[in-house]
Design a protein around this ligand. Structure first.
Ligand SMILES: [Fe+2]
Ligand SMILES: [Fe+2]
Length: 257
């Protein structure tokens, strides 16, 4: 009864936190949320190891795979991350399909296919930079460069290339939104770059109005990925590149260290 009254007085988010806490207790090991997850909830804070151990007597911390997440193979490929870790792939597949049908070359199609992996796997803020960094060791520099600067280019129209400022952005960010100065600077630098048009084509093929009925399939792009993504034989994450740790973090996002 008391518990029911307490539950009723809880806000929805408190209830969600409690359910999550209960779920954590059911795990054999203690899954840990990094500070970033708490920042996302508007809270600067973290629990100490001692506090978490006290709440979970007799348990060790998780230092590997989180059993709540889809199991990754021992030597994961980019396609495995698409299937097991990317929260949503319809937008990427629709953009890449659009580029494919428009007859663009494979570098453009690859750039469209991967342009928002920062968003769907990691974080929204500066997603172009994050996404580019993740794939930099494995793709042609034209592809990663284009993904990096699409972050800036999408805020600036290029009517000659067929790109207008998206109506959706007016709706999302308000009519007066102005990009930060670093984005303006990035745009100016990109304008004169030899790969400008590749980045611009990401924007042109970026599908802002998602068609829920469009039939898209990752299988259609497996060959293009094979030709344009240097899949490490050790598995993506275990290959000792400057971005391997990012892939490992996606694989094991709740490890204690
Ligand atoms: Fe994007
Ligand atoms: Fe996009």
């Amino acid at each position: 009864m008391e518990r029911k009254a307490a539950a009723e007085s809880m806000t929805l988010s408190q209830r969600a936190d409690e359910l999550e806490e209960e779920m954590m207790h059911e795990l054999e090991r203690i899954a840990v949320k990094s500070v970033l997850y708490n920042l996302g909830d508007g809270r600067v804070g973290m629990e100490s190891g001692a506090e978490m151990m006290a709440k979970n007597p007799g348990k060790y911390f998780l230092m590997g795979a989180d059993p709540r997440l889809p199991q990754m193979p021992e030597k994961p490929t980019l396609v495995d991350y698409f299937r097991c870790r990317f929260a949503s792939t319809a937008h990427l597949l629709q953009s890449a399909t659009h580029a494919l049908k428009a007859g663009h070359n494979e570098k453009v199609i690859m750039a469209c296919l991967l342009h928002d992996i920062g968003v769907v796997s990691f974080i929204r803020c500066d997603h172009g930079y994050w996404g580019a960094q993740m794939i930099e060791p494995y793709v042609d520099e034209e592809v990663s460069w284009a993904i990096r600067v699409h972050q800036a280019l999408r805020f600036f129209p290029d009517e000659a290339a067929g790109y207008a400022y998206p109506d959706l952005y007016r709706k999302y960010f308000g009519p007066d939104y102005q990009p930060e100065p670093y984005i303006v600077e990035e745009y100016k630098r990109a304008r004169n770059h030899k790969h400008y048009m590749t980045a611009r084509l990401i924007c042109v093929n970026d599908i802002y109005s998602f068609d829920p009925n469009a039939k898209v399939n990752l299988d259609d792009f497996v060959d293009i990925i094979g030709r344009n993504f240097k899949q490490p034989k050790e598995g993506l994450g275990f290959d000792n590149t400057p971005s391997s740790h990012m892939w490992r973090t996606l694989m094991w996002p709740t490890r204690f260290l």
